[in-house]
Unconditional design. Structure first.
Lengths: 290, 300
């Protein structure tokens, strides 16, 4: 029986995926610890009234969008640029070594990376020491509100660009080589080939990746922000997921309220993802699902 | 020597132009930007606090010392973290592989009633989830919070990995399983003795995926576990680095030495010690993860 094969997986899905989804009903209840999720009394949309009146929630919501849109606009071209550069390098071994080095940070947790980052960006760390040596003013990367978002950008670019380039490199390697050969015969320079052949050919991949990033606008890079924020930056670092964590596990524990926020976040996330998927497919890409 | 000449001839064959040299220099610069911070971390962990304070650009410590490592291991929390992460992997990996491969094989079988619905149930978890609050309450009501099981269960199944594996099983010839079925073997028997022996490549890939996920996981442990001695390695590292750097505006890499429980050298040693297994497995990881991204991320 094929169903017995599915049973272990289904039990897992039920317990740790679908029961929690059912637990989202808490958003419409008033949580009473002694009654649990399922026994607590219904209160309709009561919780949501408070959610949308909470200035901290609204702040977190806008901050999430703000940070992610900035990341999307500034960070997005980097992997493409890197892929083009790696592809143009006519040195097989060098290419491989560079790719290896550049993808390495992707495999480390943000905790490890923040350890590295805090060390290098500290006021007497490597970067600021270099700035001093060059006679430039030092920058308080980690402890000031104005540098927080640029610092997030910088560190995320550092960590993820190399990995992000892989998908574009794969797209480039799929381009029909005849196009380059005939361009060479016609005397096209390498720059011309990059802009007239390589880029147009990977445009579909670029479009899909861009749309998928739009679909992720609400998932806010919690790991990075949570591990790089500190007391000095707490006013500019509370994105939606950090806010949910704080109201759930640090300040007063009103589980109904935080579940309402959670539900809102998950719903918007899903809608964004599905919309992104639809648009990607409309433009002829593969989308998220086949 | 022979290596060098080989490289030189490779240069000549591919005809380096000015553009190639410029590209090479730019890429070398980028690679150094990635490497130098790691190098800095590692060298600080092997040097005395004074030496680094005197010269932040130190490339090699003049008097390399293991003092930071000694102090770190004397403190013991890192070893405790290693042990907990080890338990996580030893129990979590087989469980993950069991859950994932049985479901993937089941769903790769030819049409049966309910197949589409079950596949949809798996897929749906990729775009929607209950979030941390209900999961926490359910873990609590199952009496799993405060035990490593909560962390194991929370991470033991991934829809993405399941789909990757399912696609691999689809590519196996149906006739193999059919003949085993004619010999009277049940589905489980077929899975273990026919399918899985043929699935070594995908099993390796998925093992690495889960392995890295378990190794790097910390959020579930932060939520579900209470006692410090239960925490996995990443959480211990977080305690050492992030939480002891209470205020980064006056956080420094050197001057605070002695004021905090963990010196900078110890912190950097902790970073290095947590990073080492990833570094060791890296060539393997890179290969398998790239494969996973290319077959999965866009096309599943």
């Amino acid at each position: 029986m094929v169903y017995t094969l599915l049973l272990p997986g289904l039990i897992w899905l039920l317990l740790f995926a679908y029961l929690p989804m059912g637990g989202l009903s808490l958003a419409f209840k008033e949580y009473k610890a002694n009654l649990g999720i399922w026994g607590s009394p219904w209160v309709g949309f009561e919780n949501f009234k408070y959610v949308f009146r909470d200035p901290a929630f609204l702040d977190a919501l806008w901050r999430t969008l703000y940070i992610n849109i900035i990341k999307l606009v500034i960070q997005f071209p980097f992997p493409i640029l890197l892929a083009l550069m790696l592809n143009e390098l006519r040195m097989k071994r060098g290419k491989k070594v560079f790719q290896t080095v550049l993808t390495f940070p992707h495999f480390l947790s943000w905790i490890i990376v923040s350890g590295v980052v805090i060390n290098v960006l500290a006021y007497d760390g490597l970067v600021n020491s270099t700035l001093t040596l060059l006679g430039l003013p030092t920058i308080n990367f980690l402890g000031s509100e104005s540098t927080f978002v640029p610092m997030l950008l910088l560190t995320d670019i550092w960590k993820s660009t190399g990995w992000g380039a892989i998908i574009y490199l794969a797209a480039i390697s799929g381009i029909d080589q005849d196009q380059f050969e005939s361009a060479q015969i016609d005397g096209a320079s390498r720059m011309q080939q990059v802009f007239r052949i390589t880029l147009p050919n990977i445009m579909p991949t670029i479009t899909v990746m861009f749309i998928l990033s739009v679909g992720g606008l609400m998932s806010s890079g919690f790991d990075q922000i949570f591990n790089l924020a500190n007391a000095a930056t707490k006013n500019v670092s509370e994105v939606l997921d950090v806010y949910i964590y704080r109201i759930t596990f640090q300040s007063s524990t009103d589980f109904s309220f935080s579940t309402a926020v959670s539900l809102f976040r998950s719903l918007v996330n899903m809608i964004l993802l599905l919309a992104a998927d639809r648009v990607a497919k409309m433009l002829g890409g593969d989308g998220l699902f086949r | 020597m022979s290596k060098k000449t080989a490289r030189r001839s490779a240069f000549r064959r591919e005809k380096m132009t000015a553009l190639d040299y410029i590209l090479f220099v730019i890429l070398l610069g980028i690679a150094l930007l990635i490497l130098i911070p790691f190098w800095n971390v590692i060298m600080i962990s092997f040097s005395t606090p004074k030496e680094y304070a005197d010269n932040p650009f130190m490339l090699f410590p003049k008097n390399p010392t293991l003092a930071s490592y000694k102090a770190l291991f004397m403190d013991g929390s890192i070893l405790m973290g290693y042990w907990n992460t080890f338990k996580l992997l030893i129990v979590g990996l087989p469980l993950s592989l069991f859950l994932t491969s049985s479901m993937a094989y089941g769903l790769s079988r030819s049409k049966f009633p309910g197949k589409r619905i079950i596949f949809f149930l798996v897929l749906f978890t990729m775009i929607f989830n209950g979030g941390i609050v209900p999961l926490y309450l359910i873990m609590k009501s199952l009496h799993l919070t405060g035990t490593l099981w909560s962390v194991i269960f929370a991470g033991s199944f991934s829809a993405f990995n399941m789909i990757l594996m399912m696609n691999y099983f689809y590519s196996l010839p149906e006739s193999l399983m059919e003949s085993a079925r004619l010999d009277g073997a049940g589905e489980w028997r077929i899975m273990f003795s026919v399918v899985l022996p043929l699935a070594a490549p995908i099993m390796a890939t998925i093992t690495l995926f889960y392995g890295v996920a378990y190794w790097n996981s910390w959020y579930d442990a932060m939520i579900f576990l209470r006692k410090a001695e239960q925490l996995p390695l990443q959480n211990v590292l977080r305690t050492i680095i992030v939480e002891s750097t209470t205020n980064a505006s006056n956080a420094s890499s050197v001057s605070a030495v002695g004021k905090q429980a963990f010196s900078t050298g110890m912190k950097m040693a902790a970073v290095f010690v947590t990073m080492v297994p990833i570094m060791c497995f890296f060539p393997l990881l890179q290969k398998h993860f790239a494969k996973g991204v290319l077959t999965g991320a866009i096309k599943t």
